[in-house]
Ligand binder design. Sequence first.
Ligand code: GLC
Ligand code: CA
Length: 556
Amino acid sequence: MKRKWWMGKVAYQIWPKSFADANGDGIGDLEGIIGKLDYLKGLGIDIIWISPVYRSPLVDQGYDISDYYDINPVFGDLTVMDRLIAEAKKRDMYIIMDLVVNHCSDEHEWFQKAMQDPDGEYGKYFYIAEKKDGRLPCNWRSYFGGSVWEPIPGTDKYYLHSFHKKQPDLNWENPKLRKEIYRMMNWWLDRGIAGFRIDAIINIKKKLPFRDYEPDREDGLSYIGNMLEEAEGIGEFLEEMKHETFEKYDAFTVGEVFNDKPEEVVEFIGEDGHFSSKFDFAPEMCGKHGTWYEHEVVTPEMYKNAIFDSQLMVGETGFLSNIIENHDEPRGVSRFIPEGDLSETSKKALACAYFFLRGIPFIYQGQEIGMENCDFPDIASYDDISTLDEYQVCIDAGYSKEDALALAHRFSRDNARTPVQWSDEAYAGFSSHKPWIMVNPDYRKINVKSQMEDPDSVYHFYRQMIALYKNPKYHEVFAFGSFLPYLREEGNLIAYQRSFEGQTIFVLVNFSKEAKSVTLPSDQTEVLLSNSKTVDKNGDNVKLCGYQAVVLAVCE
Ligand code: GLC
Ligand code: CA
């Protein structure tokens, strides 16, 4: 594959509302991000993805945009944004923004105009339809619950929303709309951003004409994904978008792509793919079925199989973006480490297991200090719309409030949305004011300051991993090397091999409390990194203690 500037880079996701608050109103902001650039540089980060900061009523925390050409005043303004881009550049870092174009906010000017005149020009920017024989155009269920159709007041018409009713879907079949989107994207690229994380993109292509699918719950509705399975032709939109925008800027793009099939890997992230990369959501989908109460507990074997299958599926066709968590998921350490086994050591083991996979490693804010899920005291303390919907689904299914709350503790997106814990001072050093959402009470124990002071902390382990990844001696093998599972059948062992031009690295992670002995194909190896002080290695044999992780290079 042709080499690109973003290959071999390490990325970090900022969810701005909870990252750092500079002006003391309890809400994170752009100035707060600027203040932490040196911290991120010190960690070793190259690319920073910032979740949406555009003007928005924040119904879905910025994933509902009312003006693509402006910054939400709670976060700052365009001048601060320009400064952030410039300050990042000064430090050889790149800013990528979130591109949310499946839908906008119902407060966007286009939608307001469409509501005034649904048959006019702006009505065609959205999906607007009428009932037929007294029935809605289709029975799709929106991601956040209920029908995708919402009545337009004063008319007999409805508009479609795949997510919340305050997030009307944009009609990508309309070339005029597409042109408007590309203009906006280029406007941002011209301002100096290095690319985009592309939100919910699979939803832009609908299977038309609208029709019902097999109902899958008592509400008579059908999961919208059932329709997406059948929708064809998204590639034409994505290719057009690429030619009109990113391609001209050599931008880095990472798609939020779910449910793609093995044969689509090339199309999406191959050398001439629609995007540079796409997230590997296989670990996030692990054990998930239907609603919260149907989810299974993720075992180390399930986790291993998920990441290994994705790695093998993609092979050297392209680069996945690897994660253990993001703003839509609970904390990775709380999810993938078996209950009772959570410790600084096991957190480092999980980190090591995913970080050296082939692809672009992404770190979500707070992950580098081992932030954990947060037990909110009651449902009223949650903010996230999707959490409130899922909770209600559990209640409607007969779950008690306590049991539904316990499920929220495990699965709510707000687990990852509590403020980053910078210190043990008031409000975890995130703000001088009471934050917009509760701070995880464990901040006195888990915070950046104490992690930085402790040379054996999770934070320092992340720094070491990044430094090793970028060490010129090994950078090529980590960035471009092939991936091969090692001793895959061995339970609770996550082990793999990365190889490039005669160089071989082994990553061995004992994902259990019990000691484990592993035999390597070579007795000439050198330890590059471990999450414990000593590595018990004898010739080709490595004895791993509980949750020990070791990275070794085969000596040449
Ligand atoms: C994506 C975002 C999520 C948002 C949704 C709707 O999945 O990551 O936070 O709610 O799209 O925009
Ligand atoms: Ca603020």
